[in-house]
Design a binder for this molecule. Structure first.
Ligand SMILES: O=C[C@H](O)COP(=O)(O)O
Length: 250
């Protein structure tokens, strides 16, 4: 049985003091919830202050990116050991915004995923198609290429710990959600792909949906057999709405 997992991706929002304000409220609102795993993936500069509030709570800490090298002359980058030492558990890798605006390739995603595991972090690997690809009937081709390349060379034990977020790019921040059936069907396809490469470990991988998840649509999404949680952008920036989403996954 896979435990539902709701993660907030704050993207480039919240200064350190705003971040503390948000998690103080959130921690109180979600206290006592143990049947849903909860994480907040904050900007790197907020990790320390947020961890100060949520350590010893039921909210896990996540980062939004990392570099694959351990240390060295890589100006502006953040390494796995830097995150681990701060108590970070999860790291989003290959978000479509990183792929689109910062030129991340599947090869980069694969290297980062391997580095995440090496340093004790669990990657949340993001995949998904553009509107043009969906309209051209290429959703499965796109996602299949990403999954195969992003997971190449991982062990079964690593894959069992992995989280995948299926985020159709056309649904991110647009208010357009894939219907729950559409999301479920692509997520089932992703699980079958993982099964091809890693056998029954596929039953352990949690696959989230992301793209305009809100309090009003989370229950319908979570009612689908294959959807194990959500990667939430905009609605994670407010404690009330993020809590409603967490509760909708119970
Ligand atoms: O990582 C989160 C996704 O990009 C979804 O963002 P959104 O909930 O604002 O559409």
């Amino acid at each position: 049985m896979r435990k539902p997992f709701i993660a907030g991706n704050w993207k480039m929002n919240k200064t350190a003091s705003e971040a503390v304000e948000l998690v103080v409220e959130l921690k109180d609102k979600v206290a006592g919830i143990s049947d849903v795993e909860i994480a907040v993936c904050t900007p790197a500069v907020d990790l320390v202050s947020v961890q100060g509030v949520i350590k010893d709570s039921n909210i896990a800490l996540g980062a939004q990116n990392m570099y694959w090298e351990e240390s060295g002359a890589f100006t502006g980058e953040i390494s796995g050991p830097m995150l681990t030492e701060l108590g970070v558990s999860y790291v989003i890798i290959g978000h479509s915004e990183r792929r689109e605006y910062f030129g991340e390739t599947d090869e980069d995603v694969n290297r980062k995923a391997k580095a995440a595991f090496k340093y004790g972090l669990k990657p949340i690997i993001c995949v998904g198609e553009t509107l043009e690809e969906r309209e051209a009937g290429k959703t499965e081709d796109k996602v299949s290429g990403q999954i195969k390349a992003d997971l190449a060379g991982l062990s079964n034990e690593q894959v069992a710990e992995l989280v995948i977020a299926y985020e159709p790019i056309w649904a991110i921040g647009t208010g357009k959600t894939a219907t729950s059936e559409e999301a479920n069907s692509v997520i089932k396809y992703i699980r079958d792909l993982v099964r091809e490469g890693f056998g029954d470990t596929a039953d352990k991988v949690r696959i989230q949906y992301g793209g305009s998840v809100k309090p009003h649509n989370v229950e319908e999404l979570m009612a689908q057999k294959e959807i194990d949680g959500a990667l939430v952008g905009g609605a994670s920036l407010d404690a009330e709405s993020f809590t409603s989403i967490v509760k909708g996954a119970l």
